[in-house]
Design a protein around this ligand. Structure first.
Ligand code: FAD
Length: 495
């Protein structure tokens, strides 16, 4: 499709879940004075109602929008998140934390893990996690903002409150909300989308349509017929049960991801309640067993009846086609482990802003958008598959099959390289940096066979001094931090 020189002024966002309102907020704040932005959502259909754990990049999105953190946290009953506790993943009753921090300090030739590895061989090093501030603070339930971004963190938040918060924000910057059910997507003779027809008969015309209709994917899948690439041969989970419960203990500054026989359970502590759920594979278990497993494992009183959510892990082959860009679940979904979905929404928004077709949509922009989106999600996909592939569990068919599956060649190469040499390299623009790969690979039980020779240049005394210095400084810092719960209460009371 060539640039038809049809300027884009009217943007129609279909769907008002987290994706729809994040798009509305991002577009209205940055281009609101140039665009006419309308969001259509249906109270009757509602939203998926999950998606409460985030990663640190959400702070960037909020900086872009100039959102005040205290106000955001108070409005969404948010808590801080320093990482994820992976319980029973390496093996039953074995735990590790993938934190947002970095461990130790790197040498330009070799990462800290090489020095730690040598220290382990010589009996000079303790657990890898002892060299990471965020990880140690998680274990002791402590948190505070530290100068110069000294603590890398994200949030747990109430997803429905977040959508409402962003709605108020977007409306302040001129976005218009229309309540109604989309009954039909009306097309131009040339194949572009012309308008959304609502149940009421009203028609909302636009130049550019953003499909945020969730798993329904009414525009990109339904109207434009873009195919879905299925990744269930790598990512077995296709179902989830979600239930909110009362809090029975202080909110911890990390998400708990507890592996179960045919999936894993999440616990996300908020200020006013806990979000819980079980993600599982219908090939290995059924809904009734899963519901029993979940309800037996939650700590507080359920505030609702558990709800089953079905999904297909994978991605849309094109996320931008003609005059429609899919964002959020309409564009694809991997699974919730590592909380990357909201991050991908925000990346799509930034990419759309960078490639915004104000003078007309060109195929070159579309191709660039789709290439970037595909590359980005493929890296995240590999990182998620890693958690399943390198388990030592063999106790159920689900975990045995996960350990035996053939993974993408790109991932197998990384595992082989780390196992043999302890080396990991971040691919440019990849979300997860070396530190994440190392924490998860070590946490899952891969022990590199060797380390970089730079570490051998240090004698035992020098290496012990280096390692003890890092560990001691972290211990002293953590000891001075307040409890996470107390810090959140005081911080949010200050609004
Ligand atoms: P939805 O929330 O489903 O919103 C769709 C919108 O479209 C709604 O407003 C709906 O009313 C509207 N709509 C649909 N059809 C019509 C119609 N015909 N007419 C009018 N309106 C219509 N992500 C994370 O980052 N962290 C997590 O911890 C996390 N956990 C998850 C756990 C599970 C089990 C699942 C399934 C997902 C999780 N996600 C997580 C993903 C996250 O929930 C989504 O990325 C996020 O909520 C965005 O969803 P959405 O807005 O695309 O879709």
């Amino acid at each position: 499709m060539e640039n038809k020189n049809k300027p884009v002024r009217r943007v129609v966002i279909a769907g008002g879940g987290t994706a729809g309102w994040m798009v509305a907020a991002g577009l209205s704040k940055s281009l609101g004075r140039l665009l006419d932005i309308t969001l259509v959502e249906s109270d009757e259909i509602g939203t998926v109602g999950v998606g409460e754990a985030t990663i640190p990049s959400l702070q960037n999105f909020h900086h872009l929008l100039e959102i005040n953190e205290q106000e955001f946290m108070a409005e969404t009953m948010a808590t801080f998140k320093l990482g994820i506790s992976f319980e029973n993943w390496r093996d039953v009753n074995e735990d590790y934390i993938h934190s947002f921090g970095t461990s130790g300090t790197d040498h330009w030739t070799a990462g800290f893990q090489h020095f730690w590895h040598k220290g382990r061989e010589r009996g000079l090093a303790t657990d890898y996690g002892d060299y990471c501030l965020e990880l140690k603070a998680s274990l002791q339930n402590r948190f505070a903002h530290l100068p110069k971004g000294g603590m890398n963190y994200a949030y747990h938040m109430d997803a429905s409150r977040y959508a409402k918060y962003l709605r108020k924000f977007s409306e302040r910057f001129g976005a218009r909300r229309v309540e109604g059910k989309i009954a039909e997507v009306r097309m131009d003779p040339d194949g572009d989308i012309r308008a959304l027809r609502l149940d009421s008969g009203a028609e909302i015309e636009g130049d550019l349509f953003i499909d945020c209709t969730g798993f329904r994917a009414l525009l990109i899948g339904g109207a434009l017929g873009v195919e879905y690439e299925d990744w269930s041969h790598w990512l077995f989970n296709d179902s989830a049960l979600a239930v909110q419960t009362t809090s029975v203990r202080e909110a911890v500054p990390y998400t708990r991801a507890i592996a179960r026989d045919a999936g894993w359970q999440w616990q996300i502590p908020l200020q006013h309640r806990v979000g819980n759920g079980l993600v599982y594979s219908s090939r290995y278990t059924d809904d009734e067993t899963s519901q029993r497993t979940l309800l037996a494992a939650v700590a507080g009183e359920p505030l609702m009846t558990p709800r089953v959510i079905r999904f297909q892990p994978g991605q849309r082959k094109e996320t931008w086609k003609r005059n429609c860009v899919a964002v959020g679940l309409a564009s694809g979904f991997l699974e919730p482990i590592e909380s990357t979905s909201i991050h991908l929404i925000q990346r799509s928004i930034v990419r759309l802003l960078q490639l915004f077709p104000q003078d007309g949509i060109s195929q070159a922009d579309i191709d660039e958008f789709n290439t970037q989106a595909n590359t980005e999600i493929a890296h995240i996909r590999d990182f998620i598959i890693l958690h399943y592939k390198v388990t030592n569990r063999r106790d159920t068919p689900y975990w045995r099959d996960a350990a035996e599956m053939t993974v993408p060649a790109s991932l197998q190469h990384r595992i082989d390289l780390f196992r043999a040499t302890g080396r990991v390299f971040r691919i440019p623009n990849e979300l997860f940096a070396e530190n994440s790969w190392i924490q998860v690979m070590l946490g899952q039980g891969i022990h590199p066979a060797s380390h970089h020779q730079s570490a051998d240049l240090m004698g035992d005394a020098e290496l012990a001094h280096f390692l003890d210095g890092i560990r001691g400084s972290i211990e002293r810092t953590v000891a001075q931090l307040p409890s996470h719960q107390r810090y959140v209460e005081q911080y949010c009371a200050g609004t």
